[in-house]
Design a protein around this ligand. Structure first.
Ligand SMILES: C[C@H](CCC(=O)NCCS(=O)(=O)O)[C@H]1CC[C@H]2[C@@H]3CC[C@@H]4C[C@H](O)CC[C@]4(C)[C@H]3C[C@H](O)[C@]12C
Length: 326
């Protein structure tokens, strides 16, 4: 499972948790403007927008899980198992055929906004072509967002759907319209204390703070994480500064953090939050922490040569760094 969210203060922030039982070998990867992208069906693109994100680099190719580009557009792929169904290659010559593993570079390489991504999506066919035998097709859906809004992209047996995403969050199954529908159940929840509308003549009272959100689901299912992170994000308040915004963003995704032992996926195998990311999409900074390393680390794309042609790669820091005070 995974959860993605957007957040806006003075700057625009975009990030996700990646929850799984093992790691593919993830690296913060900066793709500069002149890295030659060899697209499976669309030929080679020698220049494009620069991007930074989390990727598994295979044979020199950045397989992005989530990234932002230098124009402030963000995109993340999350599991959509059992529902994702990709399209056949369109031979008509009228369409852009894009393999699922190159979807993030395709969009972030050429689109500066959600509006431009929508135009690109209109002429795109998303194919299930695997990257390699060792890395078969991943069943994903995507969130694409900028400071003005977000969309969800789901390729299913009945076609490629592009939905307006008014909450700016995404988790996993079921399809997005059902996730949004389920939020209806929680419309009564509030950060304020409840009033006794249950039965005024019964002497009910608020014995604790936080009772306005009783009913918000606490489990790790994707529908529950969707409702929980949407509630936390919609009610989130923080100062505008970088430190306050980044801190608050990690708290938002902290509401759906997965602790080892609580989600068994096979005997003795547990899903955990491998990493949590928070990109400042205006400044090109990728902040992250990991399960074994809670300190926030950062990679700034603007400290790399963005006019270069070589990937810059930073392996994840996976150890706790305790700040002793005496
Ligand atoms: C496992 C992750 C989703 C985590 C998740 O959601 N786990 C809950 C399961 S569930 O919700 O309970 O079902 C997903 C998210 C992004 C994926 C990579 C995308 C690029 C590339 C595409 C290639 O085709 C295959 C290899 C490749 C590196 C992919 C590996 C893997 O698939 C990644 C990491």
């Amino acid at each position: 499972m995974c959860t993605a969210a957007t957040y806006k203060t003075k700057n625009f922030y975009f990030g996700r948790t990646l929850d799984y039982e093992f790691s593919y070998g993830d690296e913060i990867t900066v793709t500069p403007r002149n890295y030659p992208f060899e697209f499976r069906y669309m030929g080679r693109k020698d220049s494009h927008y620069a991007m930074i994100g989390m990727a598994h680099v295979a044979g020199g190719y950045p397989l992005y899980y989530d990234a932002i580009n230098e124009k402030g557009l963000g995109m993340a792929g999350l599991n959509f198992v059992g529902n994702a169904a990709y399209q056949e290659v369109d031979e008509s010559g009228d369409r852009d055929n894009v393999a699922q593993y190159e979807f993030i570079p395709w969009i972030l390489g050429s689109c500066a906004s959600v509006g431009e991504a929508r135009v690109a999506l209109d002429r795109m066919t998303l194919t299930g072509t695997p990257f390699s035998e060792q890395l078969p097709t991943a069943q994903l859906h995507w969130i694409i967002a900028d400071r003005n809004g977000a969309i969800t992209v789901e390729c299913m047996a009945d076609g490629l759907h592009v939905y307006e995403n008014p909450v700016g969050v995404l988790t996993n199954n079921p399809p997005f319209p059902q996730q949004m529908f389920l939020l209806n159940q929680y419309m009564g929840l509030s950060p304020k204390q409840p009033l006794n509308t249950f039965a005024p003549e019964v002497g009910l009272n608020t014995y604790s703070r936080g009772m306005g959100a009783i009913g918000l689901p606490g489990d790790l299912s994707s529908t529950s994480r969707f409702a929980r992170v949407a509630f936390v994000k919609q009610n989130s308040l923080s100062g505008d500064s970088e430190a306050e915004s980044v801190s608050q963003f990690f708290h938002i995704l902290g509401s759906v953090d997965q602790q080892r032992g609580c989600c068994e996926v096979a005997s003795d195998k547990y899903e955990i939050t491998i990493y949590t990311s928070c990109c400042n999409a205006d400044k090109g900074i990728y902040y992250y922490n990991t399960y074994e390393g809670h300190q926030i680390n950062a990679v700034d794309m603007n400290r790399e040569n963005l006019d270069g042609a070589e990937l810059a790669r930073y392996p994840l820091i996976q150890r706790e760094n305790i700040n002793w005070q005496n």
